[in-house]
Ligand binder design. Structure first.
Ligand code: NAD
Length: 261
């Protein structure tokens, strides 16, 4: 899938400058968004082929209030989970390139807004991955907080239950163990992400519109702590003003070039 915008004049020089910063840095923190997984077949929300760009109503299913209060929104969300491309998706060259930073012992943390676990599947130590928006691979009961593998609930949907409820407390609404819009982040998790932003020499933000808060605050936080900020994306982001280098293009081509030493 090619979601990149028009060719970026001067990109070669910018890639080379950013590559050198990354190669020299003792600590790099990476922040990824849905754009890194589009080449693995998982659509983003706001890119040119994004779920919300094509169907603004899809935003409802990602909003906590609608999900909890409207059984039809939940039923539609379960049907979408049933056929999600994420269950079969494999990491792409962009995910794999970032693993090299960890192998070189220069990755402070990989902070991701993604919920697909493709970074872990690519080979990252799960302890290095900070999932600020949770994971779709687990379900969580909204009442008793019971957490279990998502495939169990998805199987119940496949067997005909349109809106499975919690098996532990028998009444709670089940949702994926992700942070919906309107839902607070887990304080320790976002705190760990902000600390990783302050501890790096280079912050590499890849594949995010950087428009979802508080995750996007990682960029100004890193900049204020003295890090160089490199933003790589298919189109402009809400945080471009903080970038020391802004590189537009395809992540599965750019990330291998940026982390090669
Ligand atoms: P976003 O949809 O707001 O932005 C994605 C950005 O990536 C866009 O600016 C787009 O131009 C860019 N992009 C897409 N494909 C690209 C490619 N191949 N190369 C370069 N750039 C590319 O995503 P976001 O900022 O992560 O915010 C959306 C929220 O939705 C996040 O909280 C995330 O949890 C969630 N989400 C996650 C997944 C996933 O886990 N894979 C998928 C969709 C949405």
């Amino acid at each position: 899938m090619n979601e990149a915008s028009a060719p970026d004049p001067g990109a070669r020089e910018r890639v080379e400058r950013a590559r050198a910063w990354i190669a020299e840095a003792r600590g790099v923190t990476v922040l990824t968004g849905a754009g890194i997984s589009t080449d693995s077949g998982i659509p983003d929300f706001r890119g040119p082929n994004g779920l919300w760009t094509r169907n603004p109503l899809a935003e409802k299913a990602s909003t906590l209030e609608h999900y909890l209060n409207d059984p039809l929104v939940r039923q539609a969300a379960w049907q979408n989970r049933l056929v999600s491309p994420a269950w079969q998706a494999e990491p792409n060259a962009g995910h794999r390139a970032l693993v090299e930073l960890e192998r070189a012992d220069r990755l402070v943390a990989l902070v991701t807004q993604n919920i697909d676990e493709l970074h872990q599947k690519a080979g990252h130590d799960p302890a290095k991955v900070i999932e600020v928006h949770g994971t779709m691979w687990w379900s969580r009961c909204w009442s008793c907080r019971d957490r279990r593998p998502m495939h169990e609930a998805v199987e119940r949907v496949r067997q005909g239950d349109p809106d499975p409820h919690c098996l532990a407390c028998a009444e709670g609404i089940l949702k994926s163990d992700t942070i919906s819009f309107g839902q607070a982040l887990v304080p320790e998790v976002i705190e760990a992400a902000l600390l990783a932003a302050e501890a790096c020499e280079v912050l590499l933000a890849a594949g995010s519109s950087l428009s979802v808060f508080p995750a996007a605050n990682i960029v100004p936080r890193a900049k204020a702590a003295g890090a160089r900020v490199v933003i790589v994306n298919g189109q402009s982001t809400k945080m471009d003003r903080y970038a020391d280098e802004l590189i537009l293009g395809e992540l599965s081509e750019l990330l291998p070039a940026l982390v090669s030493s």
